[in-house]
Write a protein that binds this ligand. Structure first.
Ligand code: MN
Length: 331
């Protein structure tokens, strides 16, 4: 079988857990090699996964700056073979942990610029970028770098967004670059197309019904959790299927705010919202995106200090794996 070491198509060499145990050594995402250790024959790199230890964009509980370390730790037991997709991601793809982006703790705008500049220079021009936050403000930077890498598609990237919140608020306390605003900024800058934006898992309560206005006015497709479990042509599953069909091969960014998952499953997050998806439902929804042409991705808003037994960070590690597997299965 092709899962033996040293096969010519094995592109990401994982440490043998029988020689270098999973609890030893410096932790990288899913035990993928550090970017500097990727062999020349495994370039160009398919994905660079990097941390963004930044939480200066929040107004409620801070602490997501500690998430990249926590997620690296919890990801040590993520193995490379995906049962549902029947794919070994390490045989299909060259993957690396590119370390952490530089951050600017006192300014969300300066931070976005610094992270975008770091991401723009990572690895090879064709390498896709996976950012591990950090709060959701960091998504803007990775979207910007991904849009540039994918040839600056006119009209912007399509985007599939998992979140309890729309994150299209113009400003909070005068701040336009916080974690409530990454998508309104990305839409304004033409990096994403609101008419090809799907927000899954949105729920209340909101500050005001006007929080929905921007998304409605600009044509964002919203699927609430209640929609997901109502059937028929107007049900959430039908809406998602129709959206996916409309994408054809459009370059599509995937962003996962871990607070889309119920705090019973993902307590370690800064703005928990009750009545969310289960871990299994999120994974199933991600698997249902098979065939999407992925342009880049992120997972954000893990807050290790509020976590229990690392379950939220562990879920985020599996979100990374699920999205990478989606890309692997299309190659
Ligand atoms: Mn969010």
């Amino acid at each position: 079988m092709s899962n033996q070491p040293n096969q010519p198509n094995r592109r990401t060499i994982l440490p043998d857990a029988r020689v270098s145990p999973r609890f030893a050594g410096v932790a990288t995402f899913c035990r993928y090699p550090r970017l500097a250790d990727v062999a020349p024959e495994n370039r160009p790199l398919d994905w660079a996964i990097y941390g963004v230890p930044y939480d200066g964009g929040v107004t409620y509980r801070p602490g997501a700056r500690f998430a990249p370390r926590a997620i690296r730790d919890e990801s040590q037991y993520v193995k490379p073979f995906h049962i549902a997709h029947n794919v070994n991601v390490c045989e299909k793809l060259s993957l690396a942990d590119a370390g952490d982006a530089p951050v600017r703790p006192y300014s969300p705008k300066d931070n976005a610029d610094a992270v975008a500049a770091f991401a723009a220079g990572l690895a090879d021009p064709s390498t896709k970028l996976f950012a591990v936050g950090g709060d959701h403000s960091i998504a803007y930077a990775n979207i910007r770098a991904s849009w540039e890498r994918r040839g600056k598609p006119a009209g912007g990237l399509s985007i599939i967004h998992f979140d309890s919140h729309l994150d299209t608020v113009d400003a909070v306390w005068g701040e336009k670059w916080g974690h409530a605003s990454p998508f309104i900024r990305a839409i304004e800058d033409g990096l994403i197309n609101p008419r090809r934006m799907l927000s899954i898992g949105v729920k209340g309560p909101l500050n005001t019904g006007a929080d929905l206005d921007f998304a409605k006015k600009h044509g964002v497709t919203i699927v609430t959790r209640e929609d997901l479990f109502s059937g028929g042509a107007s049900g959430g599953a039908a809406t998602i299927a129709s959206f996916l069909k409309s994408l054809v091969h459009a370059e599509t960014y995937i962003t996962v705010d871990i607070d889309v998952v119920d705090p019973a499953f993902a307590p370690g997050t800064g703005t928990p919202s009750v009545g969310g998806l289960s871990s299994a439902e999120l994974l199933a929804l991600l698997r249902s995106l098979r065939g999407v042409n992925i342009a880049g991705a992120d997972v954000v808003e893990v807050l290790p200090d509020r976590d229990h037994a690392g379950i939220t960070a562990l879920l985020a590690a599996h979100v990374i794996f699920e999205i990478i597997a989606l890309d692997a299965v299309t190659r």
